[in-house]
Design a protein around this ligand. Structure first.
Ligand SMILES: Cc1cc2nc3c(=O)[nH]c(=O)nc-3n(C[C@H](O)[C@H](O)[C@H](O)COP(=O)(O)OP(=O)(O)OC[C@H]3O[C@@H](n4cnc5c(N)ncnc54)[C@H](O)[C@@H]3O)c2cc1C
Length: 395
């Protein structure tokens, strides 16, 4: 059985991983870029590890648990909850798991009312009891913002916590994303928090490649045409296969949310935290700030601190962020030096959850990718697994 896969992102790599696990070894992956990992890559720049766009792994993801060896990834964990900045004021919103002081600070100084915190506890409890399948099989289609209002949260906590937090998760500002994604990710955050591998997010893809075998991937090889039995590359060569898998959005069938991620280096940190720092001020550009080398020391190997700053949309200059950063951290920001900026125009796909994912088309081509299931590491890997299982079923 000869399989051709187009795309060495997480979905294509996961599909290959399951095929190999089931003793299908004749696999060729065509990858247009120079590296595997697709949207999940880490660059090494001046002694820093720079993820291409701030991303986190939620260790509770059902699909990553099936495939990844977390111990080998040496996950570096964020503290649960967030630290919110609003008009020069710091508002703590910590998970009770961070200890009694954290709980007390959140109850007394946290965003929203006591009732908000009770609704939040109830939500955590309810989602803790729902399975991931139950969440995604719900027929109800409602935006995340309407869902939060329906649950009874006050506008204050929605503005100070939910919107800034989920702007950073969905990479869109109005929380229009289907509430199933909010329920799913909130459940995942609550169960096991967020983490990055010691050597950067790209280590996730590297672990899959190590298992599949580097020799299976043809880098710098763009596919220009395919059907259910053949793949043609941009140099005009055609190869025949028993099964063809399209593991990317080559036909441009989806629209995406965009994000800009600017890295800065600093001699001194503005504060000592492993929480994601949210910006809840009005008219903000900066959405979140992460002291990433404070969470994962290996992200800086040159003695300087590495700070990741994200804003939804497209921003061309580091200066675009400085006004917001100054209002959060004061004049020390003048000493931060830009390291590199990533503008990711096609970051997270906008998903219509009413459309059911089918891994095989009537023409016999197999399809996977986050844009077909869910814009996340979990979604990309789920689609790769389902595609491999469908191929194996047909043997
Ligand atoms: C900035 C950002 C932040 C994110 N944050 C998170 C997060 O915190 N948590 C989370 O779970 N998920 C997050 N995600 C989502 C997650 O990274 C993606 O869902 C996942 O990596 C997508 O994998 P994929 O295989 O579906 O697609 P891709 O990664 O896009 O892979 C497709 C591959 O196909 C290749 N390709 C395309 N066209 C061709 C062609 N013609 N010929 C050959 N090869 C081709 C591409 O080069 C690419 O390598 C984030 C994504 C971004 C961009």
């Amino acid at each position: 059985m000869k399989i051709g896969i187009i795309g060495a992102g997480l979905s294509g790599l996961t599909c290959s991983w399951y095929l190999k696990k089931n003793n299908i070894h004749d696999i060729t992956i065509f990858e247009s870029s120079e590296k595997a990992g697709g949207k999940l890559k880490t660059d090494h720049v001046d002694g820093f590890l720079l993820d291409r766009g701030f991303q986190v792994l939620l260790p509770a993801y059902p699909e990553t648990k099936k495939v990844l060896d977390y111990q080998k990834l040496q996950l570096q964990r964020f503290h649960k909850g967030s630290l919110i900045y609003k008009n020069n004021k710091k508002i703590p919103f910590y998970d009770p798991e961070n200890g009694f002081t954290a709980l007390l600070k959140t109850v007394v100084f946290g965003p929203g009312t006591l009732l908000d915190k009770l609704i939040l506890l109830k939500l955590k409890w309810t989602l803790g009891r729902l399975s991931v399948e139950n969440i995604f099989s719900s027929k109800k289609t409602i935006s995340s913002l309407s869902y939060l209002r329906e649950l009874g949260f006050s506008e204050k906590i929605i503005e100070e916590f939910w919107i800034p937090f989920y702007q950073g998760v969905f990479l869109e500002n109005n929380l229009e994303t289907d509430s199933k994604m909010l329920q799913f990710t909130f459940k995942m955050f609550a169960e096991a928090g967020a983490a990055v591998p010691k050597e950067g997010m790209g280590a996730i893809a590297r672990q899959l490649v190590d298992y599949i075998g580097e020799e299976k991937i043809r880098y710098n090889t763009k596919v220009s045409h395919f059907d259910n039995k053949s793949i043609t590359t941009s140099d005009g060569k055609t190869e025949l296969f028993d099964k063809v898998v399209l593991a990317c959005n080559m036909n441009n069938t989806s629209s995406y949310n965009a994000v800009t991620n600017q890295y800065f280096q600093a001699e001194k940190l503005p504060l000592d935290t492993k929480h994601v720092i949210l910006n809840a001020s009005k008219n903000r550009i900066v959405n979140n700030v992460v002291l990433i080398s404070n969470v994962a020391a290996n992200y800086s190997k040159n003695g300087k601190h590495l700070i990741s700053v994200s804003a939804n949309g497209i921003y061309l200059k580091a200066d675009d962020f400085l006004k917001d950063l100054k209002s959060m951290f004061g004049s020390q920001v003048d000493n931060w030096k830009p390291v590199k900026s990533y503008i990711i125009r096609e970051a997270l796909p906008i998903i219509n959850f009413e459309k059911k994912y089918k891994p095989e088309s009537p023409e016999g081509v197999y399809y996977c990718g986050d844009h077909l299931v869910q814009g996340s590491i979990n979604g990309a890997m789920e689609s790769g697994r389902i595609t491999a299982e469908e191929i194996i079923k047909r043997l």
